[in-house]
Design a protein around this ligand. Structure first.
Ligand SMILES: NC(=O)c1ccc[n+]([C@@H]2O[C@H](COP(=O)([O-])OP(=O)(O)OC[C@H]3O[C@@H](n4cnc5c(N)ncnc54)[C@H](OP(=O)(O)O)[C@@H]3O)[C@@H](O)[C@H]2O)c1
Length: 357
């Protein structure tokens, strides 16, 4: 192929799509045409990308004519139906949904951790991990490469934008209902103020923490918890890694946080871990509790790296580390990682070696 590849952004009008358009406008421009696709509801809308207004077209088979790489930022069922159609029409699909992540014929790629996997894509589809997995996996991949991971115990503190535009609208509406009140002092007072419509969440999310994300799976686990376990195993190439996860929703607009207990093959030191984290690509070490320095969503939102703080060796296990990790769930957790994968594929189109690192 000559010239720059044509890119389609399917789901350009959504929460991830909006951040994707910003990212495509900020990163080195490796693209020829960028075509914006969404549902029929949005056809004809104009959105800004690379400083130009581009008209959104409806998702149809013809919309993929001439497309080299198609990013899918749409619900699972839309990807499940349309990604194979785009692939059959010759596009390499980079899919942000959960539809193909655990398909053995679809690589699950984090460019800082397993860039080589992108080249083996028998279905013409590459999957982007879930935002909760992505918010920690770059830091864990760097530690695993040095120390050899043996076990993970994780709790998440997930932002409402992880549930898309509906999640953000729900928290903003609830915030306006409780602002300036003394709610949060009696059982049920927040629930009564918020009413029955709690949007995509099972409980009020304002003035609250909700120990649930996703849908119910076997034995009380949530789909989000299963994704973190299964996807971490696949990305790290550790199919039997013991992983225990509890996913919790918190009233933060964007940026997921996680506490991580990571056990390794042998003894670890805090200095050794800090050295790795301080130099790992895509990771920022922010860890000076004496000076009140650790990452929080309020500072991390809108940034690209995975931020790590509170690095400690486990008190009762010299082979384990405790970490607090933050990552913007819409940037590295979704759009940025997808853009990085698409750039690896675009480099193949240009005949460059794309899988270093
Ligand atoms: N939010 C996150 O933190 C996050 C992180 C990682 C991955 N993801 C995944 O990324 C995907 C998008 O999530 P989101 O949060 O951006 O969702 P969202 O805000 O609800 O946006 C959904 C997008 O999909 C489009 N869409 C819906 N139904 C469609 C159809 N039948 N045909 C064509 N387009 C359709 C919508 O277009 P209209 O505007 O025209 O309806 C919109 O552009 C999901 O699979 C999600 O699981 C999300």
């Amino acid at each position: 192929m000559t010239g720059k590849p044509t890119l389609a952004v399917v789901g350009a009008t959504g929460a991830v799509g909006a951040v994707m358009l910003q990212i495509l406008s900020q990163r080195a421009d490796v693209w020829g045409e960028i075509r914006l696709i969404a549902s029929r509801r949005s056809a004809g809308r104009k959105l800004a990308v690379r400083g130009e207004e581009v008209e959104v077209v409806a998702l149809t088979e013809d919309a993929f004519d001439g497309v080299d790489i198609a990013m899918f930022d749409v619900p699972d069922e839309v990807s499940a139906e349309w990604a194979p159609i785009a692939a059959a029409r010759g596009a390499v699909v980079v899919d942000n949904s959960g539809a193909f992540r655990m398909d053995p014929d679809v690589p699950l790629v984090v460019p800082e951790v397993n860039p080589h996997a992108v080249r083996s894509r028998p279905r013409g589809i590459v999957a982007n991990p879930n935002c909760t997995t992505l918010s920690m996996i770059v830091a864990l991949g760097a530690l695993h490469a040095e120390f050899g991971l043996r076990e993970l115990v994780v709790s998440s503190y997930q932002a409402v934008s992880g549930a898309g535009r509906a999640g953000v609208e729900t928290l903003r509406a609830q915030l306006s209902l409780v602002a300036g009140t003394e709610l949060g002092t009696k059982p049920g007072d927040v629930r009564r103020a918020v009413g029955d419509d709690t949007g995509p969440f099972p409980e009020p999310v304002v003035l609250n923490v909700v120990p649930w994300a996703g849908s119910l799976r076997e034995d009380g686990w949530s789909s989000e918890e299963m994704k973190v376990r299964d996807e971490s195993r696949k990305i790290l190439g550790l199919p039997k890694l013991p992983v225990a996860v509890t996913c919790v929703r918190v009233p933060v607009i964007t940026t997921h946080s996680l506490t991580v207990h990571a056990r390794f093959q042998g003894e670890v030191t805090v200095d050794g871990a800090r050295e790795i984290l301080a130099t790992a690509p895509g990771v920022v070490l922010c860890d000076d509790p004496a000076a009140g320095e650790f990452p929080t969503p309020a500072d991390v939102v809108g940034t690209d790296p995975t931020w790590v703080g509170r690095v400690r060796r486990a008190l009762d296990d010299p082979t384990a580390l405790e970490l607090f990790v933050c990552g913007d769930n819409l940037r590295k957790g979704a759009a940025l990682n997808t853009a990085q994968i698409a750039e690896l594929v675009a480099a193949e189109f240009r005949g460059e070696v794309s899988t270093r690192g």
